[in-house]
Write a protein that binds this ligand. Structure first.
Ligand code: HEM
Length: 326
């Protein structure tokens, strides 16, 4: 397995000083290459979320949000650029596939600092560390016949059982009837800091106001691509709304493992605001840059310092952006 010092750590003086024992991670470029290979090595598309729809909308904070975070977006309404997508790097993937996450990327603008969330339709990610993600991609790499080696996949899954949780979760639920008809999770643990300097740890969830799944018969009747048309029609009738809910941590909840779901039903929650998706935007509005969920956070909200899957997203998204725009 290729190992080298991660870009992020080495740009921060502390990461370089700490040395390789702390700062080493799997190569983000190797991970991104693996992601492209898994989807058929298409050019000019994202390494994940290759098929998607660009959008605009508005985020309106809830009255209680400012007590939890001093981020500007939790004090006053913010315009939003967003994108719904299908997981993976294949731009021709069918909207009917079940064990593939639907994605939701968004940038809430504010002159004091944009706030970006890039979230998925499952409460967990598929791997715990970048090394495990690289190994998973290598185990599933398509062979000369275009298919992964079944024995290699079997051996990887046996040695890494937690990597099956996300697919099991998706397989146990119906295919969403709409990009707007499913809940999306941030999967990582965020720290919210208010104006008094008080902090709370929370996972974030975008709760659809109009959740709907397709029965097997309904699914059979659909063409491979129906989400884009459904969304156009839906937004013609009015905005698609999501409540942004903070699931508050209790002692013992892991912040360093995004393959583990916190027991949401037993946790206190706080609604932070409502995101209204109002219209479809030209692809170019979303394609010129990436939504970086690590770097693009204002004061008042921070990602987990101890979750290696969080930090690696920034350099990986940059590699993908560079490949698809050059
Ligand atoms: C851990 C939770 C993660 C979630 C919720 C997530 C979700 C998403 C979503 C929704 C997109 C589509 C963004 C868009 O529409 O522009 C995306 C893109 C992408 N993701 Fe992730 N992802 C996660 C982790 C990772 C990790 C660990 C890597 C690699 C190390 C990765 C690599 C990428 C790349 C390269 C892109 C394409 C970015 C671009 O070209 O703009 N993601 N991700």
């Amino acid at each position: 397995m290729i190992r080298f010092r991660m870009l992020l750590s080495c740009t921060a003086a502390i990461g370089c000083l700490l040395g390789p024992a702390v700062a080493e991670e799997a190569d983000p470029a190797a991970i991104v290459a693996g992601m492209f290979a898994a989807g058929g090595n298409h050019t000019g598309v994202r390494a994940s979320g290759a098929k998607g729809v660009c959008l605009k909308g508005e985020f309106t904070p809830a009255p209680g949000a400012a007590a939890l975070s001093k981020a500007p977006q939790f004090q006053k309404a913010a315009p939003v650029t967003a994108r719904f997508s299908m997981g993976g790097s294949n731009p021709k993937v069918s909207d009917k596939v079940k064990p593939v996450t639907r994605g939701f990327a968004m940038r809430m603008n504010d002159p004091a600092g944009d706030m970006v969330f890039v979230v998925i339709s499952a409460p967990v990610f598929s791997t715990r560390t970048p090394e495990q993600l690289l190994a998973a991609l290598q185990a599933r790499a398509p062979g000369p016949d275009g298919k992964p080696d079944a024995e290699k996949v079997k051996a990887f899954v046996a040695a890494n059982p937690e990597t099956t949780r996300q697919a099991a979760w998706l397989n146990a639920r119906p295919v969403p009837a709409s990009f707007a008809g499913v809940d999306y999770w941030g999967v990582h643990a965020y720290t919210l800091t208010n104006a008094k300097g008080e902090t709370k740890t929370a996972k974030l969830k975008f709760v659809s106001a109009d959740k709907a799944g397709l029965s097997d018969d309904e699914l059979k009747a659909k063409p491979d691509s129906f989400y884009a048309d459904e969304l156009k029609e839906r937004l013609g009738r009015g905005p698609a709304r999501f409540d942004l809910v903070a699931i508050l941590a209790e002692p013992g909840d892991l912040t360093n493992d995004s393959t583990v779901q916190w027991p949401e039903e037993q946790r206190k929650t706080e609604t932070l605001g409502t995101l209204a998706v109002t219209a479809i935007e030209p692809d170019a509005t979303c394609d010129a840059r990436t939504f970086d969920p690590v770097v693009e956070l204002p004061e008042g909200i921070a990602g987990p310092a101890d979750d290696p899957m969080f930090a690696v997203r920034s350099p990986a998204y940059a590699v993908s952006l560079s490949r698809r725009t050059n």
